[in-house]
Design a protein around this ligand. Structure first.
Ligand code: 9MR
Length: 385
């Protein structure tokens, strides 16, 4: 039983399903893995295969960590605000919008030649609504008032940015993976259900931003335990198609979770259901976007070299399968360096060893995961669309 993922084992174990070449020394050399001058930036590696590469960036990181911002500018041609377009940040009250922070991120991204995505127009869970929206009094005509509130929000945001934003996560995480239901919120209760609410969000976005790619974004992933979530997302996507709801792509968040040191047989077992899922999504005519890639380094030893290798191998295996889909052209990480990842605050490791979920360490030095992403991009079939 191999303890570390061996690329040749993986190719054999996957019965030829992986189209890309093994991670041979020659390929690694062709994808220099250093942040310094002369190294191939990830965006350039991506461009070579006609992909784009990017990250989430928060206002705090942008304004307080210039070295990190410089790294993001060097490596990325795609950017998304980590929080600043969400209702919780953008809508302090029912009648006001606070655009400053998102605007600052957008201007900075544009000044550095990046395309900027919109995340998100409706995170359809009470937990992520501003408190005022959960407690909102919809008055005597609740349907009309909820419709006004939601469409005003989406109209205002999308019309403000016009063609500066060409892709939106219109709806984020509407499925409750615990029981397969769609979350209900103050808006959906007033609008007569979750599905009409999500449909209204997409229809409004299409009318106000006809140029934009409209994405449904969720975290169903390839690890065991995600089957019910994936199945419910498929039903949601089928429903969108049946009702003619204008949704262009599925945002595959890709918050990966290691299950131990990845072995070929372990990865091969994950691959089948994951392919079935992506096949079903793409057969419905949806494009794919990797919107939030990072890795929760669970069940791996604290030893940094061993842990980083496990994270890198798991990431490479996942991307090899996922980037093989020609419907996918954009890959975004949810933070580029460990010092700006949400994961430590959300779920620290049981042994309290600091998490190592991203491509660069706390000193902004590239980690094996960075080499794995570069190699996966370099090995991906070139996009032709
Ligand atoms: O990384 C984000 C964190 O800073 C916020 O506190 C949190 C709540 O707004 O959202 C995190 O980002 C999430 C993203 O918006 C949607 N998918 C899951 C991400 C990680 O929780």
């Amino acid at each position: 039983m191999p303890t570390m993922l061996d690329r040749r084992d993986l190719i054999v174990g996957a019965a030829g399903l992986i189209a890309s070449a093994p991670l041979a020394p020659a390929l690694a050399a062709a994808v220099p893995d250093a942040a310094g001058s002369g190294a191939a930036a990830l965006k350039d590696v991506a461009t070579g295969r006609r992909f784009r590469f990017g990250t989430a960036l928060s206002y705090g990181a942008l304004t307080r960590d210039p070295a990190y911002a410089a790294l993001v500018a060097r490596q990325c041609d795609l950017l998304v605000a980590e929080n600043e377009m969400k209702w919780q940040w953008l809508r302090p009250t029912p009648t006001t919008f606070a655009f400053d922070r998102f605007d600052a991120i957008l201007r900075w991204g544009e000044a550095h030649g990046m395309a900027v995505r919109g995340h998100n127009l409706l995170w359809h869970q009470p937990k992520w609504f501003p408190a005022w929206l959960n407690a909102y009094d919809f008055g005597s005509a609740p349907h009309r008032e909820a419709e006004r509130l939601l469409t005003t929000h989406i109209d205002t945001v999308t019309r403000r940015y016009g063609t500066r934003i060409k892709s939106y996560d219109v709806v984020n995480e509407a499925v409750n993976p615990k029981d397969g239901t769609l979350y209900e919120t103050s808006l959906s209760k007033a609008l007569g259900g979750a599905e009409p609410t999500l449909d209204l969000a997409f229809r409004t976005a299409r009318a106000a931003a006809p140029h934009a790619q409209l994405v449904y974004n969720d975290y169903m992933s390839w690890e065991p335990g995600n089957d019910a979530h994936r199945a419910r997302v498929l039903r949601l996507l089928e429903g969108f198609r049946r009702r003619g709801t204008p949704v262009d792509a599925l945002g595959v968040q890709s918050h990966l979770i290691t299950q131990g040191l990845p072995t070929a047989s372990h990865v091969a077992a994950l691959e089948g259901p994951w392919r079935q899922f992506l096949d079903a999504v793409t057969h419905m005519g949806y494009a794919l976007v990797v919107t939030e890639l990072d890795v929760r380094d669970n069940n791996l030893p604290a030893d940094i070299a061993v842990r980083d290798r496990g994270v890198a191998d798991f990431t490479r295996a996942y991307l090899d399968v996922t980037l093989a889909y020609p419907q996918l052209t954009d890959v975004l990480c949810w933070g580029l360096a460990d010092r700006h990842s949400w994961i430590e605050g959300f779920e620290p490791r049981r042994d309290r060893a600091p998490r190592r979920p991203t491509l660069y360490d706390t000193a902004l030095q590239p980690k094996p995961m960075r080499a794995a992403v570069a190699a996966a991009l370099a090995a991906a079939p070139i996009r032709t669309g």
